[in-house]
Structure formats: structure tokens, C-alpha cells
Design a binder for this molecule. Structure first.
Ligand code: PGA
Length: 246
């Protein structure tokens, strides 16, 4: 089970970042099947990079291109050079800030070229009665995966995050039954992009108002391989309770 802790901009001091790291380390000890990846804001990546045995690092985004004259961009190579394993790409909060499917596709390709594993976020903003949102999800996947080779596609981690479920209270998350349906749908879509059973090995995470109260139900028999946790990952007590509940 992969648990990606998306700190967003919640963590405002280095001391808090270090406390969260120390707690994540304790949660990882002796748990071979549990992989925790912390996704801090960029400055904290440098701070945590040298001190994080057993805990992986993720970026919350990545730039569009390799090193060069790109003021304000962070290249995938700069991240992997610090030992960062994953980059969240296409989060709905980045999409809301203007990133479209094409930009996200370029970021995914750029990350993979530098051996940074993309955590590609997909998800509908709302559910309409005609289920047009299912087509939107297919489109998000298609644009990101089509430019990649088969081997690259198999490395992408997918995070299904219905936007309507992000940043709410735990009882407003998706229901386990609806989640199971959506994960089955996403797996089916993956068959179109990966021949044979290659898509079966792709890890699919769920994100959206996961907390200690719903984490276990959401990850039991729903077909997910992990969680992308926002707010509940930015408090030592709440995150420990969530991980222990799994
Ligand atoms: P949340 O955020 O857990 O605070 O809903 C999840 C996300 O946006 O990745």
C-alpha cells in the first residue's frame, strides 16, 4: 500500500516538516508492505532529503522541461538528484490554476525521462446524470498516456481524486461501493492503453477527504493500491491514526 502525503501549502515551518517526517519514519518501521511518500512544498524537499531512511519523497508538481532558461521551474532532474521518487502531476488544484491535459501530459513525459515516477491525478469535478464525467476521465488518461511507450505507461501511478470529494470532512468522501466501481472503470480503461495484462500492475490510489475514520473502509475490497492524503497528512496525530487504521 502506497500512502502519498500531499502537504499542499499546509505546513508552514521547518520544525513542523521535521516532526511530520519523524512520525512517518516511526510508522514505516518494520512495515515492508507500507510505503509512505511525503510530498512537501519544494523548500522542504531539500530540508528532508538527507534524513529520511524508509520514507520516500514526492514533489507536488514538476516543471515542464529539462534544465535551462526556465525561471521559476523545477526540473525533474533537480528532484531526482535529491532522491525524490515521485511527483504528483495534474492535481485538481494545479488544473484549477490553469494546467490543461496537454501541459500535464508533457510533465508526465518529462518526469519519466528523468526516472521520476508520476502520480497522475484524474477525476471529475462533478457527476452528471448522463455520466459524461466518465468520458472526461477517459480523456484525462488518454491525453497523458498516449505519448508514452508501453514501458513508460506501466510506471505511471494513477490517483483517482473526484474533485467534489477533496478537502471535505471524512463522511463526504466517496463511498466504498462507488469507489470500487470507479477503480474497476479505470482499470478497464487502462486495458485500452496497455496490451495484455500490463495494466493490472499499475498502481491506482484514491484521494479525497481520507481520514482515520474512513481509510480502512475505503481501502478494503475497493481495488485501490494506496491513498493520496491531503489535510489529514499534515497533522502528526491525525496522520498516525490514519495509517494505523489501515
Ligand atoms: P484532502 O486532499 O485529503 O485534503 O481531501 C486530497 C488531495 O487533494 O490530494
Amino acid at each position: 500500500m502506497l500512502i502519498v502525503a500531499n502537504w499542499k501549502a499546509y505546513v508552514e515551518t521547518p520544525a513542523k516538516a521535521k516532526a511530520l517526517l519523524a512520525s512517518a519514519k516511526r510508522l514505516s518501521v518494520g512495515k515492508a508492505k507500507r510505503e509512505i511518500a511525503l510530498a512537501p512544498a519544494y523548500p522542504y524537499i531539500g530540508l528532508l532529503a538527507g534524513t529520511r531512511a524508509k520514507v520516500k519523497l514526492a514533489a507536488q508538481d514538476v516543471g515542464l522541461s529539462e534544465s535551462g532558461a526556465h525561471t521559476g521551474e523545477v526540473s525533474a532532474g533537480a528532484l531526482t538528484g535529491l532522491g525524490v521518487s515521485y511527483a504528483i502531476i495534474g492535481h485538481s488544484e494545479r488544473r484549477a490554476a490553469g494546467e490543461d491535459d496537454e501541459v500535464i501530459a508533457r510533465k508526465v513525459a518529462h518526469a519519466l525521462a528523468s526516472k521520476l515516477t508520476p502520480v497522475l491525478c484524474i477525476g471529475e469535478t462533478e457527476r452528471d446524470p448522463d455520466a459524461a464525467y466518465l468520458k472526461r476521465i477517459r480523456e484525462q488518461l488518454r491525453t497523458a498516456l498516449t505519448p508514452l511507450t508501453g514501458a513508460e505507461r506501466a510506471q505511471v501511478v494513477i490517483a483517482y481524486e473526484p474533485v467534489w470529494a477533496i478537502g471535505k470532512s471524512g463522511d463526504e468522501a466517496i463511498t466504498p461501493a462507488d469507489l470500487a466501481e470507479m477503480i474497476a472503470y479505470v482499470r478497464k480503461l487502462l486495458e485500452d492503453f496497455m496490451p495484455g495484462r500490463a495494466g493490472d500492475r499499475v498502481r491506482i490510489l484514491y484521494g479525497g477527504s481520507v481520514d482515520a475514520g474512513n481509510a480502512r473502509a475505503l481501502s478494503t475490497d475497493t481495488g485501490i493500491d494506496g491513498l493520496l492524503v491531503g489535510r489529514a497528512s499534515t497533522d502528526v496525530t491525525a496522520f498516525s491514526a490514519l495509517v494505523r487504521a489501515l
